[in-house]
Write a protein that binds this ligand. Structure first.
Ligand SMILES: *Cc1c(COP(=O)(O)O)cnc(C)c1O
Length: 358
């Protein structure tokens, strides 16, 4: 059949192994999954309470997600017209690619970064310009140089997945000033809530000055609602109106909208999770320093160990056989910060595994 040629160069997304798969394969009782940056503490208890009061399942959800929009607008101090909701951020990435990219256009991003930017760009037949990270960080100079008259979208992942590094305010600002005003700059802030750096940019304040920014956030990570699929974009009303044309009519479910509103209403839960995450990161840094394991400092809820080549697969495999699911990349291993005891146990495991390789 005559499907788009470029699909032959892509694979369907393969998520990390599931807990049941690993249990069966290695005959284990306990598995700890630290592969997808989910919140190890789940979500606010208010979510369960709210969704049991949900209205009829027989009627369509509110496609415009008006109540959720109101709640998020108030939370962020933006106008309702500046928001678009999606079935996870994944769908918003698809919406942007569909709205902006086509054959003859190009799009600029880092490598490694979140895989879906590239995936959807290729489906739309756009040229993908990947600029290698430097020390785990976006090479903004290289990215600015890669932009030309056919560039439609630039993707910034801040903090970056999988390395956890971040772009500081001044650096981002000088980059934004270099990008032509008709090029869309997507700033993916999926881990926004976890950031503790003082010089992390508050991008919402930049929207007035730069109308070509789309900020992306999600309820999947710190809010602990990955199963519900709710992400959103913040941008100029003109841009949002156009992206809404591409959005499916009922892309966020009624339950998901209800869950997100309830989660937003419990800031104490998020604060507690952030403190625990920051403590977990500090413990990992201490351990890596002691063991001389190279890593990047992270502003997210995961940490990236900088190992290379076959070593990556070997470490991944040995952890898997002991019941630890982490995520392997070509240049390292990404570990989600889990509960305190799990982190400690994993460090013990790593201590045994990594020195053997040195
Ligand atoms: C997890 C993640 C997303 C997608 O999250 P959704 O669950 O689809 O909302 C998008 N961008 C980055 C950088 C992520 O890590």
């Amino acid at each position: 059949m005559n499907v788009k040629e470029q699909l032959f160069s892509l694979k369907a997304y393969t998520p990390g192994k599931t807990i049941d798969e690993v249990k069966k394969a290695y005959n284990l009782d306990k598995i700890v999954k630290l592969a997808s940056n989910e919140n190890p503490y789940g979500c606010s208890p208010r979510v369960l309470e709210a969704i049991t009061k949900s209205p009829s399942f027989a009627v369509y959800p509110d496609g415009a997600a008006i109540q959720l929009k109101d709640a998020v607008a108030e939370h962020l101090g933006v106008k309702e017209e500046q928001l678009i909701f999606s079935s996870g951020l994944d769908e918003l990435i698809q919406i942007v690619a569909r709205a902006m990219l086509s054959e003859g256009s190009n799009t600029v991003m880092a490598n490694e970064t979140f895989s879906q930017y590239r995936h959807h760009a290729i489906i739309e037949n756009a040229e993908v310009r990947e600029i290698p990270l430097i020390e785990g960080c976006h090479d903004l100079k290289g990215m600015a140089e890669a932009i030309d008259g056919n560039t439609k979208v630039v993707w910034i992942c801040n903090p970056n997945n999988p390395t956890g590094t971040y772009i500081a305010k001044d650096e981002l600002l000088s980059f934004l000033q270099k990008v032509p005003s008709d090029v869309l700059i997507v700033i993916d802030e999926a881990y926004y809530e976890y950031v503790t750096a003082n010089d992390y940019p508050q991008t919402i304040t930049l929207l007035e000055q730069f109308e070509n920014i789309l900020i992306m956030r999600t309820f999947s990570k710190a809010y602990g609602l990955a199963a519900f699929r709710v992400g959103y974009g913040i941008g100029s009303p003109e841009l949002i109106k156009l992206l809404d044309v591409v959005r499916l009519p009922f892309n966020t479910s009624a339950l998901a909208q209800t869950a997100a509103i309830a989660a937003l209403d419990d800031p104490e839960f998020i604060e507690e999770c952030i403190i625990r995450n920051t403590n977990g990161l500090e413990k990992y840094y201490e351990f890596f320093d002691q063991q001389h394991i190279p890593y990047y400092r992270s502003q997210a809820n995961f940490v990236f160990i900088n190992v290379h080549g076959t070593e990556t697969q070997e470490i991944f495999q040995r952890l898997l056989e002991k019941g630890w699911i982490v995520r392997a990349f070509p240049n390292g291993i990404r570990i989600t910060i889990g509960k305190e005891q799990d982190n400690e146990n994993l460090m013990k495991e790593l201590k045994e595994i990594i020195p053997i390789k040195q």
